[in-house]
Design a protein around this ligand. Structure first.
Ligand code: 6PG
Length: 244
């Protein structure tokens, strides 16, 4: 089932079950990868972390894709051991079975660095080299989620970080009151440049932030509103609980 309202430019798909939710999101990713490879010979995919996309990544891992033509990047990363439990890189590599199955290259963010600002600059330099120094950093597809507080990527509310527009990649300070470690994240201008953003959102707790993100208002309050200014296609893949 799908819905579209004129107030939101984004598309929304509401899945009837967890299996359908997983399959729909994976199918969107698979199609975007295939058409990027058909058109440009390479698919550049940026992956978000968190718990929700895990099923989608595992499902995708079972599909037939031009794996060797895919370059994987991270949307954001949590400071700490790159092989640890909190690592978005480790989770994505595991779920997609990237290393053992040799499925394209994955470019991780240096979460172990004592200087995350330097690690963010290094990742930005990598993106500039990859996409071409004079070209836009336009990912073919990006997966994203939303937090209960309206954050997306590691662009959290109340930190003044959703407005960063002078860098492609930024270091985000730790937030001890939320028990959150420091982060490295792609910034809003890069997210808004993606050809396709697949928002993978599930559960009742996401209903209010997902609705707020698709209505006008302050981006500082609900950073996921940055998607309202996306240049590419944005598809919200919701389950019934998140759709309300
Ligand atoms: C991260 C993310 C983050 C995530 C949301 C939703 O590293 O935490 O990339 O932006 O997408 O927090 O996370 P859940 O899927 O765990 O709810």
């Amino acid at each position: 089932m799908s819905e579209n309202t004129s107030a939101q430019m984004a598309e929304s798909i509401v899945a009837g079950s967890r299996e359908e939710h997983t399959a729909l999101a994976a199918e969107l990713l698979a199609r975007a990868v295939q058409s990027a490879v058909d058109e440009r010979g390479v698919a550049r995919v940026a992956l978000s972390g968190g718990s929700t996309p895990s099923d989608t990544y595992r499902h995708l891992a079972g599909l037939t894709l031009p794996w060797s033509k895919i370059e994987w990047y991270l949307v954001d990363e949590r400071a700490g051991d790159p092989l640890g439990e909190r690592s978005n890189y480790a989770a994505a590599a595991r779920d997609l079975d990237l290393i053992r199955a040799d499925r394209g290259k994955i470019f991780r963010m240096a979460s172990e660095s004592p200087d995350l600002a330097a690690a963010a600059r290094d990742y930005e330099a990598l993106l500039r080299r990859t996409f071409g120094i004079a070209g836009a950093v336009s990912f073919d597809v990006m997966t994203m989620g939303i937090g209960d507080d309206g954050h997306t990527a590691s662009l959290f509310p109340g930190l003044g970080v959703v407005g960063i527009d002078d860098r492609l990649v930024a270091a985000i300070p730790e937030q001890p009151e939320k028990k959150l470690e420091a982060r490295i994240t792609l910034t809003a201008p890069v997210i808004q440049e993606a050809r396709l953003v697949v928002m993978i959102v599930r559960g009742e707790g996401k209903r209010a932030p997902a609705a707020a993100a698709r209505h006008a208002g302050s981006e500082e309050e609900i950073p996921a509103r940055l998607l309202q200014r996306a240049k590419g296609r944005v598809v919200w893949v919701l389950d019934k609980e998140a759709a309300g």
